[in-house]
Write a protein that binds this ligand. Structure first.
Ligand code: WTA
Length: 658
């Protein structure tokens, strides 16, 4: 990165607030000081120790076999992932412990103990067997957030049949492409699920997708909403008719540690999504260890709520595999946070006495927009730890989360990781780390990360660059499904010998890590590099701003120019004059906090920002809007009308400044 970039980056980090661990949490924390040194002294021994917390049918004879960039962990070991997540807890006498407090959006609830879960998983595994599923067969799961989604994943894992969960909000085409890419032969779905107060159908998308997937022989359908469904006899089976009558016993087979567990599709730089492959022993070791140490979970007393969809990696690792491997109690909620009112999440926290909450900054900023009075009327005193994931968290959102949700007593852990990494890699440890608002801080024990310059040389403290991981880790992706060359090229070629995450990061003066967003979101203005995140931080720092997204739009003169899309809090702006004044003030505040170079060329005030279903702001789309390009397919948008609203604002004379 250039010197100018370094200067602008350092402007971001005059953050002096520090939050040491609460003494009582520190005293009884699962991770005690010394863990870093111990892991650094012998990372493989550290990971082996974590792996020994799982139940293995046969021990491994080698911790790691590394033929860069292809890794095998716990070579020769055999285990069954579903036995580790379910059976062993029942056998240890914990069958009556609640695995899930589930709540449907309409308000219906289900309590599922570990004993219940074992019965369900065994029945589902038997049902899949009758459909011909055996080890190695791929199963696509396209479901709402109902307990059967977890049961389906675990039943696949039990049979050694890799699942690919496709987020229920994806289109039929997206589903079809994923089914075809991994050659799934069975699809598990539901008639629909509840979202925003209404039944939202899923089966029609499956029917449409399968018109082009002749090799799919069976569809298993959970009845959730009771909606009318088209039915193809011979192919389609109701879950309650096929699964419920099965035997509640199932004798598991034990699989190699490298047995594929799942394929999760994620977007890359091309139009074709990448099928990220995760396997069994290393992945389960990584997610259970990080869940236990980062969230400091105490299975006897904690109630964990990872408020993410099961269709994303966060749901896989921290709703299903990590928490269940640790035998903890979780909350699972079907719907949206503002149905039927904006206090829904806080009612859930209160009702189930949630102690650990894990969510994304975008959600936190939505809550900020709704105002602190919404959570304030609920008793959130059961909370003892808060986590953030998915995008850089700006210090203001971090502080808001800590203050208004965490009652100023809960540590906030900002956890950095990716679909590809399987589990958390960079994070504070709540009983050890003195946190800084907005910083992901340090690599997890046993993880080796670095920030490097263009030539792959480590940068010094106080400097920014590219985030790389320099040693293999157990939860790492084992490749891109069907495309080893793309795997090597995408992740291992930019800096030879290192995994390139695609993110920019900065080491502050203490050597702690601050994530700066994807490097493809780093703009180049007249040869000066400026992170979109940085400008967003500056904008969101203004008390009137709820949320901001910044893109680099191409510009004939400066290469790129900064265009900012800004959502204001509440109804602060009533007239055109007022918006012009706010826009002028915002430009000045960016200029003051970073420098005139970072002044946005345009600031567009918009009621909402376009987001993917997982809550990520669609910067590429905003860039297209900013450059007045044709928008193409926007079916993965949460609310496609937002884009049109923004386009119209841009076309309105006066919306653009200067
Ligand atoms: C971003 C989600 C900053 C990052 C688990 C990464 C973050 C991408 C953080 C992966 C964080 C995730 N701070 N950025 N704490 N966590 N990211 O695959 O750009 O959906 O590369 O995995 O999200 O997104 P993915």
């Amino acid at each position: 990165m250039s010197e100018d970039a370094d200067e602008t980056l350092s402007a971001l980090h005059h953050e002096l607030r520090r939050f040491p661990p609460p003494p009582d949490l520190a005293a009884s924390a699962n991770a005690q000081p010394g863990i870093y040194q111990e892991a650094a002294a012998d990372p493989l021994a550290f990971w082996a120790e974590q792996a020994r917390r799982l139940t293995w049918a046969e021990p491994w004879h080698q911790v790691l076999e590394w033929d860069l960039p292809f890794a095998s962990w716990f070579v020769g070991g055999r285990l069954n992932v579903s036995v580790n997540c379910v059976d062993r807890h029942v056998e240890a006498g914990q069958g009556e412990r609640v695995a899930f407090h589930w709540e449907g959006e309409p308000g219906d609830t289900r309590t599922i103990t570990y004993a219940d879960l074992r019965v369900q998983v065994c029945k589902a595994a038997n049902a899949l067997t009758t459909l011909g599923v055996t080890a190695g067969d791929k199963v696509a799961i396209y479901m709402p957030m109902v307990p059967e989604a977890v049961v389906a994943m675990l039943a696949c894992a039990r049979l050694g049949a890799p699942h690919t969960v496709v987020f229920g909000g994806f289109s039929a085409e997206a589903l079809r492409d994923r089914i075809l890419d991994c050659d799934a032969r069975v699809v598990i779905t539901a008639d629909g699920g509840y979202r925003r107060g209404a039944a939202s159908a899923l089966k029609p998308a499956v029917d449409a997708a399968l018109a082009d997937c002749p090799d799919v022989a069976s569809v298993l359908v959970v009845r959730r909403t009771g909606q009318e469904v088209d039915w193809q006899d011979g192919r389609d089976h109701w879950w309650h008719e096929l699964v419920d009558p099965q035997s509640d016993r199932h004798t598991p087979e034990y699989f190699d540690a490298e047995q594929p567990l799942y394929i999760m599709y994620t977007s890359g730089t091309t139009a074709k999504p990448k099928g990220i492959l995760h396997t069994s022993g290393g992945y389960l070791t990584h997610v259970s260890a990080t869940h236990r140490l980062v969230f400091d979970v105490k299975p006897e007393t904690d109630v964990c709520w990872t408020a993410a969809d099961i269709g994303w990696v966060t749901g896989h690792s921290y709703i299903v595999y990590g928490p269940l491997a640790n035998g903890v109690t979780s909350v699972m909620y079907e719907g949206t946070p503002d149905t039927p009112n904006r206090g829904r999440w806080w009612e859930i926290v209160e009702r189930y006495q949630v102690s650990i909450l894990y969510t994304a900054p975008t959600t936190i900023r939505t809550f900020m927009k709704w105002g602190p009075e919404v959570p304030a009327v609920h008793d959130l005193s059961s909370l003892r730890l808060l986590g953030s994931v998915g995008e850089p968290i700006n210090p203001e959102a971090w502080m808001w989360y800590r203050t208004h949700i965490g009652g100023d007593r809960c540590p906030v852990v900002d956890t950095w990781w990716q679909t590809e990494t399987g589990g958390i890699l960079i994070t504070p440890l709540p009983g050890i780390t003195t946190t800084k608002p907005g910083a992901a801080m340090t690599p997890f024990p046993g993880i080796a990360a670095e920030v490097v310059d263009n030539e792959g040389q480590a940068v010094g403290d106080g400097e920014g660059g590219y985030l790389v991981i320099t040693r293999p880790w157990p939860g790492m992706l084992r490749g891109i499904w069907g495309d080893p060359e793309r795997y090597r090229e995408t992740y291992w070629s930019r800096f030879p010998g290192m995994y390139f995450a695609g993110d920019g990061a900065k080491k502050d003066e203490d050597g702690d890590l601050w994530l700066l967003g994807r490097v493809d979101d780093v703009m180049n203005i007249s040869g000066h590099r400026i992170s979109t995140t940085e400008v967003e931080h500056a904008l969101v720092g203004n008390p009137a701003v709820a949320e901001a997204a910044v893109v680099g739009a191409s510009d004939d003169t400066t290469g790129q120019a900064i265009v900012a899309f800004v959502t204001l809090k509440g109804d602060l702006v009533k007239s055109d004059e007022e918006s012009a004044a706010v826009v002028a003030e915002l430009r000045d505040s960016v200029s003051t906090s970073i420098g005139p170079i970072a002044k946005p060329r345009e600031i567009i005030l918009t009621p909402e920002l376009p987001k993917t279903r997982s809550g990520k702001i669609m910067r590429r789309l905003l860039r297209d809007v900013a450059e007045h390009r044709d928008l193409g397919d926007v079916t993965t948008l949460l609310d496609p009308s937002v884009v049109n609203a923004i386009s119209e604002r841009m076309a309105t004379p006066g919306a653009e400044e200067e």
